[in-house]
Design a protein around this ligand. Structure first.
Ligand SMILES: [Zn+2]
Length: 416
């Protein structure tokens, strides 16, 4: 009864949603998410379970599309977050060298650790990749051709791989942001201070710096050693539901006779959680086709709550601009459906989505995120074993489908 009340309250809050006719499509997406979870479980990038989920998606899309395929690519899934331990190792090495009064080698070790964070974590470059074992990832791509000549392309995207458990978020969510800022300050501050001491030549200060270093390292960096758990999370809301939504999107487009002059690509990546490597491989392989026509990307990421819809204007820790007019247009479409949507800019430390990879080659991209931004709560779902289907509001799925289909219609009518 309480659940029904909640639904009714929400219907009151978003009256337009109740008449948008998305309930059936949303149910299809939720059922498919449940089914894939039952058959595949957690889906770490490049794993056999992840490949199975890709094939299930392809099989569902194939009858609704003109073409549907699974595209394998090479990935080293542990490389992206491998920097957590490598940086800690370099930091410990630098500290030991300070005690041994070797300031220059110590400074070099700290500097290497800091550069790793910048290139591997903030810019998502492939610095450590050669050191990690190779696996095969599997993207899914399906096309629906328009009735007439193709004038533009519209990509709907999600990812079917799931993350490893983020132990800190799962077991120590309190002070998460302070921990993160402290770790950044430590990683950035140590090379600066140790180079300063090295340049000053005041040898007596080095053990003091080393001691300060031990304290900072123990408080802020040591927990990072255990940041990642071994197990994968179910990843229902992040982001299997997004990939599952591709099927009802294809179904609705098909049933309504297809679009007039817009080619639709339904894309689900592998290895998003391993540093966007799946989208990167796809974009690399199909760059010409993506650049050949005006191309738009509507990427879906972390779908939980209808009243938390945000469209990204920038990505990749704020470094990669996304398409602001597209994001603004999506906000307007969401508000037409009675949803309190807004735009959002990523900032350093907030991570990245697959849209960054597409935007790099000129695709007009935005990402819809529908999750609470407060991470310091005890029942946080994101990247924890609690990310199951029950954590997804059906209204959030209805909202995403409504906005996605409205965008397809609008683009096809050349009114964007
Ligand atoms: Zn995700």
């Amino acid at each position: 009864v309480a659940r029904k009340d909640k639904r009714l309250a929400r219907a009151d809050k978003h009256p337009a949603l109740a008449i948008s006719g998305m309930e059936k499509l949303a149910r299809e997406a939720l059922d498919l998410t449940r089914e894939i979870l039952e058959r595949c479980g957690p889906r770490l990038a490049g794993s056999e379970a992840c490949e199975r989920s890709a094939r299930m998606l392809r099989d569902r899309l194939a009858p609704l599309c003109d073409e549907a395929s699974v595209e394998p690519f090479e990935v080293r899934p542990d490389a992206f977050l491998g920097f957590l331990r490598v940086t800690f190792g370099l930091y410990a090495l630098g500290t030991a060298l300070l005690f041994l009064r070797r300031p220059v080698p110590a400074s070099l070790a700290f500097t290497a650790g800091a550069l790793l964070v910048v290139f591997e974590f903030l810019l998502y470059r492939e610095v450590l990749d050669p050191l990690y074992p190779r696996r095969t990832g599997h993207n899914v791509a399906a096309f629906i051709e328009p009735r007439c000549e193709v004038k533009r392309q519209l990509i709907f995207a999600g990812h079917h791989d799931s993350a490893r458990v983020f132990n800190l978020l799962c077991y120590l969510p309190r002070l998460y942001r302070i921990r993160l800022v402290g770790a950044f300050v430590t990683v950035a501050g140590m090379p600066i201070s140790s180079w300063c001491w090295a340049a000053s030549g005041r040898a007596q200060a080095w053990p003091w710096l080393g001691a300060a270093d031990c304290v900072l390292g123990a408080v802020f960096l040591l927990p990072m050693w255990w940041f990642l758990g071994k197990e994968g999370v179910p990843g229902a809301g992040d982001n299997l539901i997004a990939s599952a939504m591709l099927v009802p999107i294809a179904r609705r487009l098909r049933e309504s006779g297809g679009l007039e002059s817009t080619r639709v690509l339904l894309f689900s990546s592998d290895a998003e959680e391993a540093g966007l490597r799946g989208a990167r491989a796809y974009v690399r392989r199909h760059e010409q086709a993506l650049r050949g026509l005006p191309t738009f990307l509507f990427n879906l990421e972390s779908i939980y709550q209808a009243d938390r819809i945000q469209f990204l204007e920038s990505d990749l820790n704020g470094v990669q601009p996304l398409d602001q007019p597209l994001a603004a247009q999506c906000v307007a479409l969401a508000r037409d459906l009675g949803l309190p949507a807004r735009t959002f800019r990523m900032y350093p430390g907030s991570g990245a989505t697959d849209a960054a990879e597409f935007a790099r080659v000129g695709v007009r991209a935005t990402t819809l995120i529908a999750m609470p931004t407060d991470v310091e709560v005890d029942d946080l779902v994101y990247h924890t074993p609690r990310d199951v289907v029950a954590a997804i509001e059906p209204e959030a799925v209805e909202a995403c489908l409504g906005i996605a289909l409205a965008l397809a219609k609008k683009l096809d009518a050349q009114s964007l």
